[in-house]
Design a protein around this ligand. Sequence first.
Ligand SMILES: NC(=O)c1ccc[n+]([C@@H]2O[C@H](COP(=O)([O-])OP(=O)(O)OC[C@H]3O[C@@H](n4cnc5c(N)ncnc54)[C@H](O)[C@@H]3O)[C@@H](O)[C@H]2O)c1
Length: 356
Amino acid sequence: MRIVVTGGAGFIGSAVCRHLVTATEHEVLNVDKLTYAGSLTSLAPVSKASTYRFLKADICDADVMATAFRDFAPDAVIHLAAESHVDRSITGSRDFIETNVIGTYTLLETARAYLSELPPSRREAFRFLVVSTDEVYGSLGPEGLFSEDTAYDPSSPYSASKAASDHLAMAWHRTYGLPVIISNCSNNYGPYQFPEKLIPLIILNGLEGKSLPVYGNGSNVRDWLYVEDHAKALLLILKTGQIGRKYNVGGGNERRNIDVVRQICASLDKLHPEGRPHDQLITFVTDRPGHDHRYAIDAQRLEQELGWRAGETFDTGLTKTVAWYLASRNWWQPLRDRVYAGERLGTLPWVATGTG
Ligand SMILES: NC(=O)c1ccc[n+]([C@@H]2O[C@H](COP(=O)([O-])OP(=O)(O)OC[C@H]3O[C@@H](n4cnc5c(N)ncnc54)[C@H](O)[C@@H]3O)[C@@H](O)[C@H]2O)c1
């Protein structure tokens, strides 16, 4: 297949590109605007391969997308490009609406026009996979799991913009017959994650002896998946998933944030001992506005219908991740120095209370 990967210079997109180029025969066109979150160094392992090419472009630019599709002639799209950090969406939501809503709309329309020119056999085989998040489902109480039938109930500007993207994609399938599939995945972690997200932030602050911020009392629960398991799941869904269907992706690794932070500290104590235990650096800070309490994924459909299994447990994946950051200062130090040094994001001067 010839696959357009949008957002391929980001955390998950680069894992998808590395997997496609090193472990499969598929050809990749990576379309990425290179925002603060995109880094071409994440693609160094594949950038010279004959089956890989890169286009610096904004997915909201309809003319550039049309030309890219015409020139590359894809058989499939894996759409990952997005603004992805909840805290940034709280203090500045415009980019989220533009990329996550207008960007998805632009790609859907680009694909629709492109398909209309294809011969029927290639049109039949075409797939458009929208990579989404479990955050569209909102927050769970102490019990229960998100299934593909759980109603959308997003809490943040980020998750609302991703919900809009999913709704547009499914509407383009129902109305125009676009061969859309949607995946909704839980929190990813692993190598090459931009150091604003919880796990890399804690690893790097711990390495530098800085405080380790935990929002609220640290009891919020996330369901963690190693990024390379996600990349493999996406290819499986693209190849064998049913058009017009959604697939939840999750590793069944529910952890409270405070427990994740403590486990990173224990791992750093072992791999990078510094005299005193790293958990002495933990600091509880003001909670995120609208912070969802718990996410947990029911991935039965993906496992039973498509035969997917995660390869890493949280323990093996986290150890690999800590070891990768210890060995990869050349990747993260320029980002810490020039793009984001670890300051708190997403706080507000006031939040109205008592609103339903
Ligand atoms: N990280 C997670 O835990 C997680 C979990 C589930 C789903 N997702 C979804 O997976 C996708 C990728 O997430 P990520 O964590 O890799 O994000 P990321 O922020 O690391 O990467 C996003 C990439 O998109 C690019 N981009 C942003 N706006 C663009 C635009 N207008 N045009 C072209 N490129 C643009 C950026 O340059 C960057 O390379 C997103 O759609 C996200 O919603 C993420």
